[in-house]
Write a protein that binds this ligand. Structure first.
Ligand code: 13P
Ligand code: SF4
Length: 303
């Protein structure tokens, strides 16, 4: 038995003992995806966390995702196998800075990307993920929106709504690194491929691509499209699942730098340790989790 097989076996046994489920984001490393009960985008995983009957949720992703699960499933034990796995974009907005900006835009509805801390969600009117941001914003009964923290996703939404969208100046270091020259050279290398990117990419990259979707949306598009060659403009972890689900199709990563270091911290050995020790448990105090849950549940009710 290989080391990986032994760890997978151990995960299986511990999962049964603990009545646990393993959720893995689409950007997780291959071996962690292999151990997961569910692999998905932020939206899909938050729905599963909210509905699960398991006692323990091992969240293989980054901190805000585990925090979201702890908010939506307050009676569960939510574990993050690697506590250092954060999201630099989520750290680009603080409660204090948001309160200041809200004072300057008192009529704006605060729409917050789930890539944010629980405390920032608690200061917000409603949350969004990349898969539902346009629908959520269009469902609002307001003229003006303060979109936090991703300026690129905010711009993507602004182009698809009549609302006035005020942007925060946050961004994802991984997706923001891609530029239009990368799109041009990928198209030159693979002229008969379709280009699909994540809306966290810069607006000019989204414009230069053929489509922009959440990671779940990219998976759906890849399954349904008649194109056999796809250039993928999102974090490299998605390519593993794309290739598994579509053995007859070819996938090319849009640019070399599409790696989120935080998403790569979680390993199978750390998942085993989390299940053995029930560490690190993610909890959110009620004073924060209650208003944050309201913002998340309003989102889940829309889409
Ligand atoms: P998705 O919701 O599309 O999976 O994206 C999450 C994320 O962190 C993208 O960088
Ligand atoms: Fe955050 Fe970007 Fe990593 Fe997603 S890919 S978790 S937005 S740093």
């Amino acid at each position: 038995m290989s080391e990986k097989e032994a760890l997978l076996q151990k995960v299986k046994e511990l999962k049964k003992d603990r009545n646990a489920i393993i959720l893995a984001h689409n950007y997780q490393i291959d071996e962690v995806q292999d151990a997961a009960d569910y692999i998905g985008d932020s939206f899909g995983l938050s729905r599963i966390a909210a509905d699960t009957v398991a006692d323990v949720i091992v969240f293989c992703g980054v901190h805000f995702m585990a925090e979201g699960a702890a908010i939506l499933a307050p009676d569960k034990i939510v574990l993050l196998p690697e506590i250092l796995a954060g999201c630099p974009m989520a750290d680009m907005v603080t409660v204090e800075a948001l309160r200041e900006k809200k004072k300057r835009h008192p009529n704006a509805t605060v729409v917050t990307y789930v890539n944010s801390s629980a405390a920032v969600k608690a200061e917000s009117d409603i949350c969004v993920t990349s898969s539902n941001a346009v629908n959520v914003v269009n469902s609002l009964d307001t003229e003006e929106v303060l979109f936090v923290p991703d300026m690129n996703l905010g711009d993507f939404v602004a182009a698809r709504t009549d609302k006035r969208v005020i942007l925060w100046d946050g961004y994802c270091r991984t997706h923001h690194r891609v530029n239009v020259a990368d799109v041009a050279s990928a198209r030159k290398a693979h002229p008969d491929a379709v280009v699909v990117v994540h809306p966290e990419c810069r607006p000019e990259v989204v414009k230069a691509a053929d489509h922009a979707f959440s990671t779940g949306g990219i998976l759906k598009f890849a399954r349904e499209t008649e194109y056999n060659k796809l250039i993928i403009g999102t974090e490299m972890g998605l390519i593993y699942r794309l290739r598994q689900e579509n053995p007859g199709k070819e996938f090319y990563l849009l640019a070399q730098g599409l790696v989120c270091p935080n998403m790569k911290y979680t390993t199978l050995a750390k998942v085993v340790k989390a299940l053995e020790t029930l560490e690190t448990r993610i909890t959110v105090p009620a004073s924060v989790s209650e208003p944050a849950r309201r913002a998340l549940e309003l989102m889940l009710a829309v889409a």
